[in-house]
Design a protein around this ligand. Sequence first.
Ligand code: 26V
Length: 816
Amino acid sequence: MIVERLTKDQIKESIVSKLQRHFGCETSDATDDQIYQAVALTVRDEVMKRRTASRGERKRQQAKKLYYLSAEFLVGRAMHNNMVTLVNENAYMEALDELGIEKSRIFEREPEPGLGNGGLGRLAACFLDSLSALKLPAMGCTIRYELGLFRQRIVDGFQVELPDNWLKNGNSWEICRADQAVEVRFNGYVEEYVEDGRIKFRLMNYNAVQAVPYDMPVLGYDSNMVNMLRTWSARSITPIDMQEFNRGQYVAATEDKELVEAISKVLYPEDNHKEGKELRLKQQYFLSSASVQYALNDFEKTYGPNWHMLPDKLVFHVNDTHPSLAIPELMRILMDEKGLGWDEAEDITRRCFNYTNHTVLQEALERWPQHMMRTLLPRIYMILEEMNRRLCAALFDAFPGQWERIGRMAILAYDQVHMANLCVAMTSTTNGVSQIHSDILRKQTFKDYCSLDPQKFLGITNGITHRRWLMQANPALANLLNEAIGDSWRKNPQDLEKLLPFADDAAFRDEFAKVKYSNKLRLAEFITRNQGEAIDPNTIIDVQAKRLHEYKRQLMNILGVLVLYNRIVDNPNYTVAPRTYIFGAKASAGYYRAKLIIKLINSVKELVARHPRASQMIKIVFLQNYCVSAAETLIPAADVSEQLSTAGKEASGTGNMKFMMNGAVTIGTMDGANVEIFQQVGPENIYIFGMSADEVDASYGSYRSSGIYETMPEVRRVLEQLIDGTLSPDNPHMFQELYHALLFGDGGGMADPYFVLKDLPSYISAQYQLGEDYEKRHDLWLRKAVINTAKSGIFASDRTIAEYNEQIWHLNPLEL
Ligand code: 26V
């Protein structure tokens, strides 16, 4: 069945009639919100028509299905993106213009679902987009957090968190599937009983919660393929306590309901940092159990109770350890509800599950207190104990007497449940997200497991969807590419490489520069609207946008700017190419030092702005509330992409890929996917500085940051400025904590554990070189920028998904 694209006139007609039927008004007297909803419904109709066209095909073709389980899906706004995937963007744009609708204002009315923290959540969203584009049957499963990641405001230089009530006006894109609700059980105790001569187990006296699914459609580019993102919402089974209610205790009557519904109330704002909160464990089991129950119901409808077929018909992917309780949950259902024995259930479970690790930071590897798990999930805990008993017995055969090693590999050890060990032991494959990260997993994080079964460890480099991050976010560049190399790159992003010869074409480089300039203008307008500040589009736009974390070293960036400021202040003849340094970063609400770094950035900003000459060459902007839609405006405008993590710490990074695709040049360390970017563009088209991961490892015992302080006067100077009142005249103690952490360490930890001072000098030299190149060899600079775009095709998530599918999932594309 072919679904025709709407013409411009049909689009206009549909919008006008939706306004009439839903709101009883005309275009001229509709509010922006009403117009947004009318346009969204028009687009949604088109998406759902394509869903209808492909509906049932997966079952007819008895195709295997992927369940991608993730605590986060940072999908971003849907409306403009769907116009792109419907391959009808121009018709929609013209229709809106002709109706006199101001497009950007209407697009901005769409609330952004902030159902994620950063890279891990955004990766899941890019993956869904690619799965649909490649027509692979899949469902994303997550939690319908009522409050997404907090909205950030900067007040007096400090971060302030505000609730993100993204559902308050409803969600035009979701469809409630109350008919597919399931029940999730917590607490209680396990009772043994005998049935047909076998010992069986059941949970008694438990607390039940209803999981209600809401689906959001994800349309494949230029196709009828629609996969769903399923978001689970917690609902109380008994809405109120009727007896209390009748006694007039109205508040008490709804207390239980509130408590239960807290499960899907809020997304925890921790990124690469764990906090062992019981509510988060509840969230994780809620997501895991609901998703596995649904998957088995769906399987059974088509294939009956033929559980041995399960690994041929579905595959679960756990995105980091957050949904890993799905593993014992599948065991539980197969044994307690479907009557399988342990060995059979274990074999099926292992063949159904795969795991991707996204961080090697020790503090981000999840471990739960055993007592918490036992109380909250008694039956799951029993299963984990038995898994652990069998695992340790096998490990003892492999490593007799090596107790320390067995302790490191165990699921239960030292009163904790070690979720990463659960994942490695109980899944078919463990994946890293870049070359260097996969090496570290094999050689360090999971070296014991790797020695037993090296085949199990795969490395598949992350990717990003070029549909959102190039076609949607940067239409000017997309059009220029079409003119130069045709449009095959839209379906085959590796065809971007056809652009390579144009790097040497002066006329093309000019056009490329014009596109960049127009994106800088668009960014300038956005910043003015967003926070009332002006930026100069004629300056170098230098961007570091990512979560705030010590290992990402925003601190090194701002100290580098301070060094530059000092040079300018000291020497009236010192000049550099004018640059605008833009930071976008949210700090986890409880991460004190990260929040202090935000304040520092804003204090340096004020200092520079007060100096007449320095402010001509340096401007700092802290972009409020960095999120997916802000990234869509920010990234296409960037000249310079800052990727400064301490080598060995950033698993991959994906922002680095987005900047590159949009023609920004990277300054960065040999870390995460920067390594692959370096391999793609070659040393002359990237600015690499700093220690390698091996050098970092070798320095832990011997590094003394005080040595740098003593021998490098410029470094000493900026450190002193942290405590001498230069930056905070009213409160000279403000940044003492940072000073102390860099020079002396805290709580017994080493000083400067992320080697900020160590790498600062080589960072400053690389920045200097970059500025010189931009200003004095601008042709060469543009050539680098073009080459970066040309070489970015390999970082399209279509490639990543094709590799996951070949090596792990083995799904067949649907024939539509
Ligand atoms: C996430 C969460 C979210 C839910 C609740 C608790 C919790 C605790 C820890 C984490 C860690 C998330 C790890 C993460 O985001 N890793 C990033 O993954 C990106 C995609 O692979 C990768 O590009 C980044 O380098 C990596 O830091």
